[in-house]
Design a protein around this ligand. Sequence first.
Ligand code: AMP
Ligand code: TRP
Length: 335
Amino acid sequence: MNKKIILSGAQPTSNKLTLGNYIGAMKNWIKFQEGHDGIFFVADLHSLTVKQDPKTFRDQVYSALATYLAVGIDPQKSLVFVQSQVPEHSELAWILNCFSSMGELSRMTQFKEKSQKVGKNIPAGLFTYPVLMAADVLIYDTDLVPVGIDQKQHIELTRDIAVRMNQYFGIDLFKIPQPFIPEIGAKIMSLQDPISKMSKSDPVENATIFLSDSDTQITKKIKKCVTDSGDQITYSDSSPGIMNLINIYACLTGESTNSIVERYRGKQYGHLKVDTADVVVRFISPIRSEIDKIMQDRGYLDKIMAEGAIRASARAEVVLNKVYDTVGLPSRLRR
Ligand code: AMP
Ligand code: TRP
């Protein structure tokens, strides 16, 4: 079995995953799970870098897992698990922390943005989080990491840490992973501010489409989305709201952006909004029902989680044991 190893994850930070998560990342996970060795996990430890309500957090983790399954991640084909249930990730993260520098971590754009939002008492975990992400990737000898553009810098850091340790120890300890970033849809924008990313935690009403939104909510959000005051449908940076709608449309239908622009030539913005809303409703509606159905069956989700964790640990410990031996720690105990 010499298939390429594809790994990715998403944070269960809010109640549900977004259309941006799907288009930027998960759509490619599903594509890659055919013919590759896919590893997809719910990055719950990452979510703890900002405060979570313990009353709802566990539900969010289950809901993220249900969403993975509902969009088409198949546990028969791919390895699916929850990060906190595979302690090898945190073990490796500690060692990688000792080979990462404060300087490189303080250059991470996401840290700068998120720490600004937190303001005072910035958790150290927010600062070192990209190192845990590096551990997630390196512990499985990953070849390719399908993510949205916002994660590119973290994958570059992962590569830097891996290369550094390989050179320091003079062996091929870690495989050097590559990011996979889609040409279109790597950054789906907020519907209310089309120059910022569509985000789960955006407090602005109508900015984000969730995979759990009702048909009415989706239609309302898209109809109200912010565009410029022009009236010609063009695909250009000067019309970011329209460009965002065209990207969403293209990614969900497979039609090229050029052909969409051609079809809407001379038509008003309203036409594109109505049709995009229709495309998104048709896409999300069955996913929403599937998430609801899966969430009714906690036993099934528990089983997927437990089986995934056992298989993931067995794979993760191969690299982790090698790391223990390489850095000179006593051999990892088998329990
Ligand atoms: P997160 O929600 O930050 O855990 O992101 C999970 C995955 O979705 C990552 O690969 C992100 O790069 C991707 N992603 C998140 N938001 C967007 C967005 N608005 N557009 C495209 N990709 C996104
Ligand atoms: N940090 C990623 C995000 O916020 C989620 C994530 C955690 C991830 N570990 C990963 C993505 C490893 C790819 C590979 O979107």
